[in-house]
Design a binder for this molecule. Structure first.
Ligand code: ATP
Length: 315
């Protein structure tokens, strides 16, 4: 549905995007992760057709963004970092305005307006002015305008910024529902959120993609604290299904720590914890402590960010 190939964007001396390529298919949620200034908004603005790239191309549903701009744009819904709301309009007037822009057939416009108001539970507040809405409701209306006309590709720039936990959960559920019929690319700074929602995570740093991985295949690191160190324990841990590696032991208060990296299919950490526990008890090793450390994704993110800080400090 979305094909981005070798995108470059320069703002004067600043190279905001450098050789960025990625694809998003229908039925897939891709999380775009990166520190401040990584280039996430620039990439999304180019995909949405707000700005042009310096080189490279974007195709939406096979349509080139420059050659078939109008048809390509009709296939995407965009929620920018700041929702494009007109303060003095009511929710209903604003959404009717967006519907009129995106749905050419007059008879279908009324149906579409009702569908959107209903889907986003906005019927009861349709008469309220946009300027008086809470952040959560503004975001909801912003999301609603992106869905007008049911475009197959959704681009959402930091859609959960400023939302409370209940609203974040509501947003997640909405994404899961939409996933079946859409290709979704969304950006965030929040690692846990991206991991929880996405099928794939693309990590951007200083305009470059530094990682593009399937979340189901991503490892998670655990620390297992035991009384003694021996070869059999290490071997037993290595044999646990899903375990990718067992790192050297670190002494902690006379105890030993094994750092175990394991793949957790579908985010289900239950069975791996159980298997590790039984592998240890079979080996007559007491598990004195067992704690999740961090995900591979988190490790990669922090490595990238600390490299950046180190370089900046050395400049
Ligand atoms: P954030 O998470 O803070 O929103 P981001 O990952 O979205 O950051 P961008 O906003 O895309 O990053 O910015 C990438 C780089 O391009 C930054 O160095 C930024 O200063 C620069 N930049 C973005 N837009 C412009 C512009 N219009 N003119 C000049 N430089 C720009």
């Amino acid at each position: 549905m979305l094909e981005v190939d070798k995108l470059v964007k320069e703002f004067g001396q600043i190279r905001a995007l450098d050789d960025v390529s990625l694809q998003v298919s229908r039925g897939e949620i891709v999380g775009l992760l990166g520190p401040n200034g990584a280039g996430k908004t620039t990439l999304m603005n180019i995909i949405a057709g707000y700005i042009f790239p310096s080189a490279g191309y974007v195709k939406i549903d096979g349509l080139d963004h420059v050659v078939d701009s109008k048809s390509a744009c009709a296939r995407l819904g965009y929620l920018p970092e700041r929702p494009p709301l007109y303060d003095d309009m009511t929710i209903e007037d604003y959404l009717a305005f967006v519907v009129a822009l995106k749905v050419p057939d007059r008879r279908s416009q009324k149906v579409e307006l009702h569908r959107i108001l209903d889907e986003f539970q906005l019927c009861n507040v349709r008469g309220r002015l946009l300027r008086n809405l809470s952040k959560g409701y503004q975001q909801r209306v912003g999301f609603a305008q992106a869905l007008v006309g049911s475009p197959p590709l959704l681009i959402l720039d930091e859609p959960t910024a400023g939302l409370d936990p209940r609203q974040i959960r509501e947003f997640r559920n909405r994404l899961f529902k939409l996933k079946e019929n859409h290709a979704i690319l969304f950006s965030s700074h929040i690692l846990t959120e991206v991991e929880a929602v996405s099928d794939r995570v693309v990590m951007l740093n200083r305009g470059r993609i530094i990682s593009d991985s399937d979340t189901a295949l991503m490892g998670f690191k655990y620390r297992v604290i035991t009384e003694r160190e021996d070869k059999l324990t290490r071997q037993a841990l290595r044999r646990v299904p899903g375990v990718i590696s067992v790192e050297g032991t670190i002494k902690e208060d006379g105890l030993f720590a094994y750092d175990v990296t394991a793949n957790i299919p579908d985010g289900d950490s239950h069975s791996i914890r159980k298997d590790i526990f039984f592998a240890m008890s079979k080996n007559n090793q007491a598990v004195l402590e067992f704690r999740p450390l961090y995900s591979e994704l988190e490790e990669r993110f922090f490595n990238a960010v600390s490299d950046q800080h180190r370089e900046e400090a050395n400049r």
